[in-house]
Design a protein around this ligand. Structure first.
Ligand SMILES: [Zn+2]
Length: 552
């Protein structure tokens, strides 16, 4: 074990050898005649792979691999199709989203009247007085040019409390009955770090609350999900992810319940992606007391970082900025936690051997989070802590130098430029050249990842590639062209860099002998595709651990 090799890396390489101790081991499946983009630094392109016990047994030229094909070994002719390592979504909320898809109305609709109709329809099937819940509503994507109001919801659904989560997850829209149940009236003061919106003229509730004010509703919303519901949620989202080529995802705001759901889904054969399950800071004492820390688990379900939240959101314009939002001269966004709180929670986890992942979007949020990390590192240095900056959206040269010096990992939104183009004007053309700053991160030698943040962002890896390579939205507007990266770089960001962010770069993220057999077969070659149509490349098959998790 040389100085440059961590204990974890050493053990990882030993595990790869010990799985294949004898010459006579035979492959269980051979894929040949492909254009295999491996992301291996030494052999970037191969033609065939042999798979055994869920791992790559051999990777190489057709002739080499076909030599291993003893009679009876199934083989698949890929017909020259492009194969990439399975994609790793380094920041998403899949278990939570799966549960929402099971129970709530999908409000990803294009008009207020469509949202009203969808909620009315659900209410008709729901006993009066019971909650009618929605999610994925986005005020900037409806044709009306204004957000949902309390009157819209009262007129659509008068006899049920209505609660609709914004797609970004940091604001909620409710009707009067819901406000009453939550104990909020016109005179209720804003809680620290939160906001209850009022009509500027009448002073009445507008229907929208933000950030920590969501807790009023949390207390009264139904929380009657059974253990089976949680497993079903993972099952549902598993299929959605596998279809797009994702083989691993970080549950970025996980709880012990999510961790159990993942284990249940794995046991029932329904888990189709590898989960790196963050644990929200509120549960960290119990986890530490139980002797749990980051890394516990196996290749399918692993305990991730402790999650903290520093500031607000980009899609809902509450991220904490040093320069106000365009056209809103007094609006700098929101800090959700103080630096002292971040430090107190962070120190506890850091000393107990946990990785930390802090949600930090605006430049002020990132600066604050970095100060906390720098202090922890100075006071209690730990080998390879891999501090994570969740989102890390608005940066500058000074912040990038500090991220590099600390070895921290940013997880910028991968599909926002393409999918959320209409929100980019709130940030202005100049600031966009410093947002989702993959070019700057990669040039500085920082291992940034692919991250959807689903539901707030779309999770389709091919959309991430197009967004990152073109910096162009669906309508053709270019946002922050200085941050464009190449197709090869975007694939690296979506595969091996994601593995590094969870300490698993020796286990997955590239197609190399001994690594987990996670891959995706594409209908067309992204290296030959026009950058403006990358999103249309079909995923033909997805494999995780040697098994097809999706076949078109
Ligand atoms: Zn998130």
């Amino acid at each position: 074990m040389t100085d440059g090799t961590t204990r974890r890396e050493f053990l990882g390489s030993m595990a790869a050898f010990s799985l294949f101790p004898f010459e006579q081991e035979k492959p269980e499946l051979i894929l040949h005649n492909g254009h295999v983009v491996t992301m291996s630094p030494t052999d970037p392109v191969a033609e065939a792979v042999a798979i055994s016990r869920g791992r790559f047994f051999a990777v190489g030229k057709n002739a080499e691999i076909m030599n291993l094909a003893v009679p009876g070994v199934p083989r698949i002719d890929l017909g020259g199709k492009t194969v990439l390592p399975g994609f790793i979504d380094a920041h998403s909320h899949p278990a939570a989203a799966g549960l929402s898809h099971l129970r709530m109305v999908d409000c990803d609709l294009r008009s207020i009247s469509a949202v009203q109709a969808a909620m009315r329809e659900r209410a008709a099937k729901t006993p009066a007085g019971e909650w009618v819940l929605g999610f994925k509503y986005d005020d900037t994507k409806t044709e009306d040019g204004r957000p949902l109001s309390i009157a819209d919801l009262d007129s659509a659904v008068p006899d049920h409390p209505v609660h609709i989560e914004h797609r970004g997850g940091h604001t909620v829209y409710a009707n009067l009955l819901a406000f009453r149940k939550a104990g909020i009236d016109e005179k209720t003061p804003d809680p620290p770090g939160g906001k209850i919106d009022h009509d500027p003229v009448t002073g009445k509730l507008s229907g929208r609350v933000a950030e920590s004010a969501l807790a009023f509703f949390e207390k009264v919303l139904p929380h009657d999900f059974t253990r089976d519901d949680h497993r079903e949620g993972v099952k549902l989202i598993s299929k959605m992810l596998a279809k797009t080529g994702i083989t691993s995802a970080t549950e970025a705001q996980g709880t012990p319940t999510d961790l159990r759901a993942y284990q249940d889904a794995r046991d029932s054969g329904d888990l189709l992606y590898r989960a790196y399950c963050f644990i929200n800071y509120r549960f960290i004492d119990a986890m530490i007391d139980a002797g749990v820390r980051t890394g516990l688990g196996d290749e399918w379900v692993r305990v991730g970082a402790m999650k903290l939240v520093c500031d607000g959101s980009i899609s809902e314009r509450t991220a904490r900025l040093s320069v106000p939002y365009e056209g809103r001269p007094n609006d700098y966004g929101i800090l959700v936690m103080t630096e002292d709180e971040l430090y107190t929670h962070g120190r506890k986890a850091h000393l107990a051997g946990w990785q930390i992942g802090t949600h930090a979007n605006g430049d002020v949020g990132i600066d604050t989070t970095l100060r906390v990390y720098e202090r922890l590192h100075r006071e209690s240095p730990r080998r390879d802590p891999r501090f994570r900056l969740e989102h890390c959206t608005v940066v500058n040269d000074g912040l990038i130098a500090r991220i590099k010096a600390l070895g921290a990992i940013p997880t910028p939104f991968s599909t926002y430029v393409y999918y959320h183009g209409e929100k980019m004007r709130y940030y202005g053309a100049e600031r966009l050249n410093h947002m989702f700053a993959l070019r700057s991160f990669l040039d500085a030698g920082i291992r940034a990842t692919q991250a959807s943040d689903y539901p707030p962002g779309e999770f389709i890896p091919m959309m991430a590639l197009q967004s990152e390579v073109t910096r162009t939205d669906a309508k053709g507007n270019i946002w922050g062209p200085k941050q464009k990266i190449t197709v090869e770089e975007a694939i690296r960001v979506g595969t091996i860099n994601g593995a590094y962010a969870s300490y698993e770069e020796n286990l997955k993220g590239s197609i190399e002998t001994g690594k987990l057999a996670d891959l995706v077969v594409l209908g067309r070659d992204p290296f030959k595709e026009s950058p403006s149509t990358l999103v249309t490349i079909p995923v033909e098959r997805t494999m995780a651990g040697g098994h097809w998790t999706f076949e078109s």
